[in-house]
Design a protein around this ligand. Structure first.
Ligand code: KG4
Ligand code: ZN
Length: 355
């Protein structure tokens, strides 16, 4: 163990007693370079997000190598801007937090190495944070009164799961996708219809103009369980579109979007509500990029109010990837005793749910 880590673990112990802890957090797991400064896990002093969406649009999706290179170009300026926006200097920062996984390895490595450099040169503790836990923590920023325990519906580009969140740092899995993540299915269905990357928000937009009047032929293999499968519906939509194109027929993007979205959101809502009833939970928290979906929000609002369940969703700006959620999560991890990372911290493309 390095002397740095030994010293910083003591600093972390003392930070637990400090009234106002300011954490500078770094997120670079996919195509957003983001740095935020968060106080006590709930108050965002600044959050800068430099998105690469326009760069990846022309490829129809994120190109990992291109993402890494652009993170390298952006990260220093994004970090300086975050300090400037918060009107702070490095001296005011108590600890550095960084997403170490899950995500694109090369992209993560940029954030991890930058964070290491900062932490070691400033002699401040370094906290390694899971991206998934970060998404859950985005709700602590948006809802100051929210405390665990609760049920969480995690819906992002890489994960889809129902979680039993017991504390700020501990949770267990109730159900998850057996194939595609829901965001991934949104993006692939959008792509086959010729909509630009990232597809989820475009499907959300077109669905408002259409009717859910198409029933795509597929087997709903996991009915009656808490697990999800989205590859069947995705393939059914792709086949439907190919078929229409082969016959030279027009496709109705609005109706396809509404029908696909209707099916997917019903699956998410029904299984989550069933899981809550079975486990006698009355508090639902939604996390991850797909929580930005307007129909998911509307459907969950109706279902939760019918059942007298409380519903919490992040503000739109904290639904998709951002560093503020990493800073929020890092504070609660620190209170729960997360140790300082040592020089050997590295990025991980996958992180088991729960770590
Ligand atoms: O959480 P996130 O920003 O990145 C990951 O951790 O994966 O989620 C990105 C995903 C993408 O698949 C994107 O299409 C989806 O969230 N998404 C949406 C909406 N906004 C973003 N999906 C459906 N409706 C939306 N409005
Ligand atoms: Zn994410």
């Amino acid at each position: 163990m390095s002397t740095y880590k030994q010293n910083m673990d003591k600093v972390l112990q003392s930070l637990k007693q400090k009234p106002n802890v300011k954490i500078l957090a770094i997120e670079s797991s996919c195509d957003e370079t983001s740095v935020a400064i968060v106080e006590n896990g709930r108050k965002v002093l600044s959050c800068v997000i430099d998105t690469q969406i326009e760069i990846h649009k022309r490829f129809g999706g994120v190109v990992p190598e291109v993402a890494s290179r652009n993170h390298i170009l952006a990260i220093d300026n994004v970090c300086k801007k975050a300090l400037e926006d918060a009107n702070l200097t490095y001296d005011d920062i108590d600890a550095i937090a960084v997403t170490y996984g899950a995500g694109l390895l090369g992209a993560l490595l940029v954030g991890v190495n930058y964070a290491k450099g900062l932490a070691y040169s400033l002699n401040k503790p370094l906290l390694a944070i899971s991206h998934i836990k970060g998404h859950i923590a985005s709700n602590y920023i948006s809802h100051k009164e929210l405390t665990p325990p609760f049920t969480c519906l995690l819906v992002s580009g890489g994960h889809t799961a129902i979680l039993d969140v017991q504390t700020y740092t501990k949770f267990s899995l109730i159900g998850s996708t057996v194939d595609d993540a829901v965001g991934e299915a949104f993006d692939k269905v959008a792509r086959i219809m010729g909509l630009s990357y990232p597809g989820g928000v475009n499907i959300d937009h077109y669905a408002k103009k259409g009717q859910p009047n198409i029933s795509f032929a597929h087997k709903n293999i996991l009915a009656g369980t808490y697990n999800f499968s989205f590859s069947g519906i995705k393939t059914a939509v792709i086949n439907y579109v190919h078929n229409k194109k082969q016959k030279g027929e027009e496709i109705n993007i609005a109706d396809i979007s509404a029908s696909f979205q209707n099916f997917v959101v019903s699956e998410l809502a029904n299984k989550t509500l069933n899981a809550m009833k079975d486990s006698k939970s009355t508090k639902l928290v939604v996390a991850g990029g797909v929580s930005a979906n307007s129909y998911l929000k509307a459907k969950l609002q109706i279902e939760c109010s019918k059942n007298n369940f409380e519903l919490f969703m992040p503000e739109l700006k904290y639904c998709t990837d951002n560093a503020a959620m990493i800073g929020a999560c890092a504070y609660f991890e620190m209170l729960d005793g997360l140790a300082c990372s040592d020089f050997d911290l590295t990025a991980k493309s996958t992180v088991p749910l729960g770590q």
